[in-house]
Design a protein. Structure first.
Length: 551
């Protein structure tokens, strides 16, 4: 790393690792917390569809605000101030989620995280790209982003283990507060490394034709609010809920702004901006499927996956609070329907009845016979959020392999271009949906729970696709963005992420519309194959633009 990568990389690596620790800790337990019945465990008792909608809106907004945050970092605040401001706001939001049970204050805390992420996320990615903008590091930019991306996923891996421990031993609130502590630790590490990247954190000089802040506020921000309000109040729901309509409508002026950058740019900049807009479009489809790890796949892990802990592991895991226990006895519990939705009373409260825990609704006949022979025996289950660590585990394990493959191919002068890697990422990700199709078949469409290895396999396949697309997308933006627009275009990449995230919530909310879950995953497969075809159609042009930009 000493010769091939800048000295600031390790500090940005660990800063981002702890920031993502907090962010993904929240995502791992977000839906579980929302749907947990109120009372003993302190959940919010929101319906599954409502939880999907809130989750989709939340993750969408965290990737929408980088549009404005990246612009302010470029022109007003500078990169270092933006990272500090964003980190402090996110830490306050995480801690607020843990301290306040009131729904209004809960949403306020989410707002702080959303705004904070807008300042932090595009800025630290841009700062990393700036470190690789000069020799001798320029040729290793893709590898640098892969290493940086591995730091993200180390944080995402350990956070779910900590979340399981904290909520089992203490509760939901303490788990949320832990996320805030992680964010503050990241800022401390960032401070230690300041001297290594201050030279790369200078704001770009103003140029003729630059977009002004007043133009952003008047032509983008104000119209986005107005369009969002229209989406909220229009009769019925076009995209499934008022919040979904409001979000999609609000994105229209923002998308228009990015498209207008192409028409306003000078002839030299037009090819690069058109290539960036093309990549934004196809990456949106990837995020629409990938981000269902917090909704549909969490639901699959919670209700359709055998989470039973081996008896040889029960005691050590119980001592460190990484498992939850269930009893195969009849007692008052929330009533769930055949698709594991909490049944509501006319007043909106959860219906209660004497019966067994819903986990036992679709266990195998062999497990049922074993439990009925000793009904007082406790059953220990892995916490559902632990399955959220499978994807980052694969990222950590596969990143060195993939970086090694790219390095070998580069040595042989056969390394795929960055756009080619992105298209391959879409296709490989599509194959992960087929793994889940086979998982549905193995469980006879949910009649019995299936092995957790199906999720391990599905996450493994989509992780290969993710490593080809996500860090390469960041690298692509950093490589060909006009210098005066780098952070703004990084915000555009996250805008595509944002729209995809919201679509993931919309797609997840259709889960219950599919009696046969095979069709649900086939729809996701078709979306990614469609995006792959678009990518292949554009590939020759994207490669030509990359070459003309000197990459």
């Amino acid at each position: 790393m000493k010769n091939n990568h800048p000295k600031g990389l390790p500090y940005l690596f660990f800063t981002e690792m702890w920031e993502r620790f907090g962010y993904y800790l929240i995502l791992g337990i977000f839906v579980l917390y929302l749907i947990e019945p109120q009372g003993l465990h302190g959940g919010l008792g929101i319906s599954d569809k409502g939880a999907d909608d809130i989750f989709g809106t939340y993750i969408a907004l965290t990737y929408l605000t980088p549009f404005l945050g990246g612009f302010l970092a470029d022109r007003v605040l500078g990169y270092v101030k933006s990272i500090y401001l964003g980190g402090v706001l996110m830490a306050a939001g995480y801690i607020g989620m843990g301290l306040f049970k009131d729904l209004t204050l809960f949403y306020t805390s989410l707002g702080l995280i959303i705004v904070g992420n807008g300042f932090f996320k595009p800025t630290i990615s841009t700062l990393l790209g700036n470190l690789y903008s000069e020799e001798p590091y320029k040729a290793n930019k893709d590898a640098g982003y892969n290493i940086f991306y591995m730091g993200i996923n180390i944080g995402a891996f350990i956070c779910n283990i900590i979340a399981a421990f904290m909520r089992n031993k203490f509760g939901w609130g303490e788990a949320f507060i832990t996320a805030g502590v992680g964010m503050l630790l990241g800022l401390v590490i960032f401070t230690f490394g300041r001297k290594h990247y201050l030279h790369a954190a200078k704001m770009k000089p103003k140029q003729e034709g630059d977009t002004k802040i007043s133009e952003i506020l008047i032509k983008v921000f104000a119209p986005a609010i107005a369009f969002g309000a229209i989406g909220w109040i229009i009769p019925d729901n076009i995209f499934g809920s008022d919040s979904s309509d409001a979000f999609i409508f609000a994105c229209v002026p923002v998308i228009y702004f990015y498209v207008s950058l192409y028409f306003k740019s000078n002839p030299k900049e037009k090819p690069a901006i058109s290539a960036l807009l093309s990549v934004f479009l196809i990456s949106m489809f990837f995020w629409a499927v990938f981000k269902q790890n917090g909704t549909a796949l969490t639901r699959w892990a919670n209700n359709y996956t055998d989470r039973t802990v081996s008896e040889s592991l029960e005691k050590p895991l119980e001592k460190i609070y990484l498992v939850e226990s269930k009893e195969y006895v009849d007692k008052e519990t929330t009533v769930y329907d055949d698709q594991f939705r909490a049944v509501k009373e006319p007043d909106g409260s959860n219906k209660k009845a004497i019966g067994k825990d819903p986990y036992f609704k679709n266990i195998s006949d062999e497990q049922r016979a074993s439990l009925e022979s000793s009904p007082d025996k406790k059953v220990f289950l892995y916490n559902t959020e632990l399955f959220q660590s499978i994807n980052p585990f694969w990222v950590i394990a596969l990143t060195p392999v993939l970086v090694g493959i790219w390095s070998f191919l580069r040595w042989k002068r056969k390394e795929p271009t960055t756009p080619s890697k992105i298209v391959w990422g879409l296709f490989i990700s599509a194959l992960s949906c087929l793994v889940m199709v086979w998982a549905v078949s193995a469980g006879n469409n949910g009649i019995v729970k299936v092995s957790p290895w199906w999720l391990v396999a599905s996450y493994g396949v989509i992780t290969v696709g993710e490593l080809c697309l996500s860090p390469m997308g960041l690298s692509f933006v950093s490589k060909i963005s006009p210098a005066r627009l780098t952070a703004l275009m990084m915000g555009g990449f996250f805008l595509a992420n944002s729209v995809g995230n919201k679509l993931s919530g919309i797609l997840a909310s259709t889960w219950y519309s599919y009696e046969n879950k095979t069709n649900y995953f086939l729809v996701n497969f078709a979306l990614l194959i469609f995006a792959t075809c678009i990518g292949l159609f554009m590939l020759k042009r994207l490669n030509k633009i990359m070459k003309s930009e000197g990459h």
